[in-house]
Design a protein. Structure first.
Length: 153
């Protein structure tokens, strides 16, 4: 009986150790999450205001659209219904950091990209998709990609 009990304690300790190590490994790899939301100013409006809200694991950062000499840029690739186009995108000002002799531009916390879309009026609804490419960095940069969708009605 004692022998079975020590096995159970040993197995429980091993399981706890595996859970602790895998949790630490997950914390050592950064992640980016994002949401896409939007609205029309009025139901008859030909423009749609969209917001991409992004955030990353604390202690990690992503490069700005123009990150400088090092780092990976964050980019947006839109897939729009026929007759739609991007009128304007507004990014917040990134923070700057010195890496060696270079200055890099990055985002270190939650931020929002605002984009205005406009239609020619012929097609007023449809699915919108944006692919966000980025590099999440701490000691090294890891390329990443998110696909976000929104249905304009």
């Amino acid at each position: 009986m004692v022998r079975g009990r020590s096995f159970m304690v040993g197995a429980g300790a091993a399981l706890f150790l595996v859970a602790a190590v895998s949790g630490r490994a997950a914390a050592q790899r950064g992640a980016v999450t994002a949401t896409l939301s939007g609205h029309r100013a009025t139901p008859a409006s030909d423009t749609v205001a969209l917001r991409i809200a992004m955030q990353m694991t604390p202690g990690w950062h992503i490069g700005a659209a123009r990150p400088g000499a090092t780092g990976l840029p964050t980019g947006l690739t839109w897939q729009l219904p026929a007759g739609w186009r991007v009128l304007a995108s507004r990014w917040p000002a990134p923070t700057s950091a010195v890496v060696g002799r270079d200055t890099v531009f990055e985002y270190r916390g939650p931020f929002t990209i605002e984009t205005t879309l406009v239609t020619n009026g012929l097609q007023r609804s449809g699915p919108i998709q944006v692919v966000v490419t980025y590099g999440i960095c701490r000691d090294v940069c890891i390329p990443g990609r998110l696909t976000l969708s929104y249905d304009v009605r």
